[in-house]
Design a protein. Sequence first.
Length: 450
Amino acid sequence: DTASWQAADKAHFIHPFTDGASLHKEGTRIITGGEGVWIRDNDDNVLLDGMAGLWCVNAGYGQPKLIEAASEQLKSLAYYNAFFHTAVPSSIELAELLAEVSPAQFKRVYYSNSGSEGNDTVIRLVRHYWDLVGKPERKTLIARNFAYHGSTIGGASLSGMPWMHAQGDLPIPGIVHIEQPHYEALGSGLTREQFGLKAASWLEEKIIEVGPENVAAFIAEPVQGAGGVVVPPSSYWPEIQRICRKYDILLVSDEVICGFGRTGNWWGCQTFGYEPDLMTFAKGVTSGYVPLGGVMVSDRVADVVENGGIFNHGYTYSGHPVACAVGVANVKLLIQEKIVDYVREDAGPYLAEKLATLNDHPLVGYTDGIGLMWAIQIVKDKSTNALFDYDKQVNAICREFARKNGLIIRAIVNDRMIIAPPLVISRAEIDRVVEITRRSLDETLVELQL
Ligand code: PLP
């Protein structure tokens, strides 16, 4: 029963990104089932998963084709490695499919098991590339404040979360950060488009400060995810692209959340109109059914690295047969069921329209998002968009009401509520998300005695 799972959990399991004391006071929620956009707990309560797990279950839970692909691969060959001179068919087939759904400059993939490892691979790969082309001094990577690029030493260093850097003396040397393109927070007095250009100019300033001859790459998420679903003005990315080209700096798109349809195209860089040299991915490649990640490597970089001797880097599970078999089934499903088109043309615009109806709520400043990744900005004062004191944790109060009402949404930095459901969510299910969110905002208002 649930109590004994909770007792064993408390005794033996340290949870990631969790305050253990408060977790075990409340008791861990034990999740046992999933179907479509719904999950079920050990006591048979059903919840609509408005976060697709951790923004990853793009195809929804319980897809028979993904389950069969894993089980068939387990039966025929559960493991073999890709080191040295071997590969398994599923890893080659997935590489071919990934090239098919990627922008033209990407024909080759380097596999990892997670987004964090993908971004660690990026750090080593870009430095290796510059070594091979005779510019070994190009070592610095520029990233952005409040980015999330993972939890490994490299991933957490690239991330721009001060509370992560505070633990373990991060970032490591050679990684610096610039401000994010957050119009509502930083764009006062400018139009959105003017602000986009200004935010991009912070990259140029940083390049000049570090010295262009020392800069290896700029890395960013198309839309910052864990940093609050901050959608940049449309002028931002083309200007970033221009600056990277001007100083010959590699542009890395962290597509771990945005990849595989979330913004309404296969990749976020396609939604925002830029051409990266590298793209990291994870999550949606298998819809989270099994761990898999990697880096799409453009011809510019791959041609050098493939002809540059051994790149001394790799993981026991790089190109794992089962993960890749599920990846193949997942990408085929997204193609066959036209799920990416559905996000762009139907579900995304419908969610946008429905969320806009919340704008009249006293606690809602505005909504921000694209495709099926959205933020609701909670504010204390609608006329100025002033935020509540951080200690009040108003978004966490609202998240808990939502959960009691049967919906999982996430509370994130700067008092934002996040909604990023499986991409297969129906219109009726979107209605339910918005209806529960409104009810939970109302209950939050009462709780705050406003
Ligand atoms: N990059 C982005 C944009 C992410 O959102 C995440 C995880 O949320 C990561 C990287 C790290 O991926 P993983 O948790 O698979 O290591």
